[in-house]
Design a protein around this ligand. Structure first.
Ligand code: UTP
Length: 624
């Protein structure tokens, strides 16, 4: 096989190969096919001979050697331009990094234009209405391939309960929100809907099997399985040094060490999967990208989509008000002296030096609003499909990468550990022409952003003072706060929160108000369903799981759970008083409790409740 494989190469190629390679490698070529030999040749040409250094003679570990070449083939085929391109780019970026080159050199920052929303005002409601109509023309893409190293949770993040009052996990909330928004969209446009709204999840080897299992064991949370597509991203090769020599896996000399390439992979995967074209042919107009653990996101999606449609944005970045120097990136317009221009996320540690270097001696400071004029990026993007496809047809979905080596010392000649190229989905606009319509939508932070990224220790000690914890504790308490504030805005009297410390983090504890997306996906829905004088005390829990539940003259001091089928018309009110469900502080080291509870530092103690179930169609009224 070996000699026949080499026979298929031209004599010149064989000679070149033999000149390049060590006698040891030459002997091993005999175990490879012609295509595999070409991959070996490519590696040698790209200065990667060290990968074969310790290979024993043929006959020893041949299966492992074949696995090695299979891995090389995968790394080559899953990267736009192949491994040659990966290594070349790595050399350039590593040289820039060593030279301390700033990727934004020559660019001048300025504040881009966008829409700043105030929750609940007429403008917000108008955008929500426009956005809901557009949902039937949208596809939703969840990036969920990350390792979640900072959180350190043993499961996948999308399976975590976003709140423990009902135990609903992130994925369930996302899917139900999409289903309910699609239904509302269909209703608003009187059934123009052409097809089920597509839902894509980008996974990785770290998350794929468990994501699929979560979907399958929960009947896809009510979505049709064909509506959900999983796209698995591959990892990329690690780099051992400034020459971009690929790093061997410390656990197996026949493998190259690999690490995640970042969420920017979502663009090339969507493009190569053919889904974008399918969606365009089906008449879709929008692609919405979002992340694994933001339980508030869908509260801002309808209005932001409305902004995209009204302003005809090709790219719309959902953002929140940002305090100067806060550790989130700022959406910035960058203009180069050579004419290049882009609206892009600039990481907070780059924004301050960039501003100082370009005529803003105070750097990253707040303006008269008390916030930075550069909106805070939360990495939720809405792209218009047509221009998106046009752009990806040019780039194949490749996103500008970066490298972040941790050097051993100031000579920057060796790394503490291997590094790799990475790319971020929000860097997509970097290659767009200046004529592209790139904007942002700012919404209140309490409404739209409470991701779960940090473990309790880091949240309590490492997160710089004044920055949000972004922990399981703050993620859950933010949901109660947002729901309470929405009800307040709709006229419900909600008692003020109390301050508590869980897992070393001080948070506001509001009444535990939770509803499923069937009840409300927009503020207009909420307003339509609460009327007259309602009151909820701070110790209360209110759970609404039902489509047609009207709250009227309710006075709640305890726990009230309402379940109803879609065809039941339920009106609830009157005084509900009981011992309720309390929030009990727990010790995060208490291993008798599940990990998803320990990372919050509290558990819900269900002492007493009023629970009403309406399981048959009909009209019901409750005034206990
Ligand atoms: P994060 O920045 O939260 O990264 O990713 P992470 O990998 O999940 O967590 P750390 O940094 O290891 O702690 C933001 C979003 O991008 C997805 C994550 O799943 C999350 O939804 N992501 C990240 C990917 O899909 N692929 C990647 O390679 C990286």
């Amino acid at each position: 096989m070996a000699s026949s494989a080499i026979d298929k190469l031209t004599n010149l190629q064989v000679n070149e190969l033999f000149t390049f390679s060590s006698p040891n490698l030459q002997k091993n070529l005999s175990i490879f096919s012609a295509d595999q030999v070409k991959l070996v040749k490519m590696l040698l040409e790209m200065g990667q001979e060290h990968l074969f250094e310790d290979w024993p003679d043929p006959g020893v570990d041949d299966d492992e050697k074949k696995c090695f070449i299979d891995q090389v083939a995968l790394l080559d085929s899953s990267y736009p331009g192949g491994l040659t391109s990966y290594i070349k780019t790595a050399r350039e970026l590593l040289a820039d990094s060593k030279a301390g080159k700033n990727p934004f050199d020559g660019f001048k920052p300025s504040v881009p234009s966008g829409e700043i929303l105030t929750f609940g005002d007429d403008n917000f409601i108008k955008y929500e209405e426009t956005g809901v109509k557009q949902v039937q023309n949208a596809a939703f893409v969840l990036v969920a391939g990350g390792l979640g190293e900072r959180l350190g949770y043993n499961g996948i993040k999308v399976a975590l309960p976003m709140e423990t009052t009902t135990g609903t996990c992130f994925l369930q909330n996302y899917i139900e929100s999409v289903l309910c928004l699609a239904e509302a969209s269909c209703k608003q446009t009187q059934g123009e809907r052409r097809q089920d709204v597509p839902f894509v999840i980008m996974t990785s080897d770290d998350t794929h099997a468990r994501t699929l299992q979560l979907l399958e064991s929960n009947s896809y949370f009510g979505m049709k399985p064909a509506q959900v597509k999983l796209l698995k991203q591959e990892k990329v090769a690690c780099l051992a040094d400034n020459d971009a020599r690929l790093a061997g896996d410390p656990k197996n000399k026949y493998r190259i060490q690999t690490k995640p390439h970042g969420h920017g992979d979502v663009h090339s995967l969507l493009y190569s999967s053919g889904l974008l074209k399918e969606w365009k042919d089906a008449g879709l107009r929008w692609v919405l990208f979002f992340q694994d653990t933001n339980g508030l996101l869908f509260k801002a999606i309808p209005a932001a989509l409305g902004v995209s449609a009204t302003k005809e944005y090709h790219v719309n970045s959902l953002s929140v008000p940002r305090k100067a120097k806060e550790a989130i990136g700022g959406i910035t317009r960058l203009t180069h002296k050579d004419g290049r221009e882009m609206v892009i996320n600039v990481e907070y540690n780059q924004l301050d030096p960039l501003l100082r270097a370009t005529g803003h001696p105070d750097g990253d400071v707040n303006c008269e609003t008390g916030y930075s004029p550069y909106p805070g990026n939360i990495n939720q993007l809405i792209l218009e499909l047509g221009p998106y496809i046009d752009e990806l047809s040019k780039t194949g979905g490749a996103i500008k990468e970066f490298v972040n080596p941790k050097y051993k010392d100031s000579t920057k000649s060796t790394f503490k550990s291997s590094t790799r190229l990475e790319c971020m989905m929000q860097d997509y606009p970097k290659t767009l022409p200046p004529s592209s319509r790139v904007g942002f939508t700012v919404t209140d932070r309490w409404l739209a952003y409470a991701p779960v990224k940090n473990n309790p220790e880091d949240a309590a000690k490492v997160v710089p003072k004044g920055n949000p914890y972004h922990s399981a504790t703050s993620g859950e308490t933010s949901i109660y706060r947002a729901n309470s504030m929405i009800l307040r805005k709709a006229g419900v009297k909600i008692e003020d929160p109390v301050s508590k410390v869980f897992n070393g983090q001080e948070v506001e504890v509001w009444a535990r108000v939770v509803w499923n997306p069937k009840w409300a996906v927009t503020f207009a829905d909420v307003k339509n369903k609460v009327s007259r004088a309602n009151f909820v005390s701070q110790k209360s829990t209110l759970v609404i799981k039902g489509k047609n539940v009207a709250i009227q003259d309710l006075s709640l001091d305890g726990t009230f759970v309402i379940n109803s089928v879609d065809d039941a018309q339920v009106k609830v009110g009157g005084l509900v008083q009981n011992k309720g469900w309390t929030i009990e502080t727990i010790d995060k080291e208490n291993t008798t409790l599940p990990e998803e509870v320990r990372i919050r530092g509290f558990k819900i103690n269900k002492i007493e409740q009023l629970e009403k179930c309406y399981s048959k169609p009909g009209k019901y009224s409750l005034n206990p």
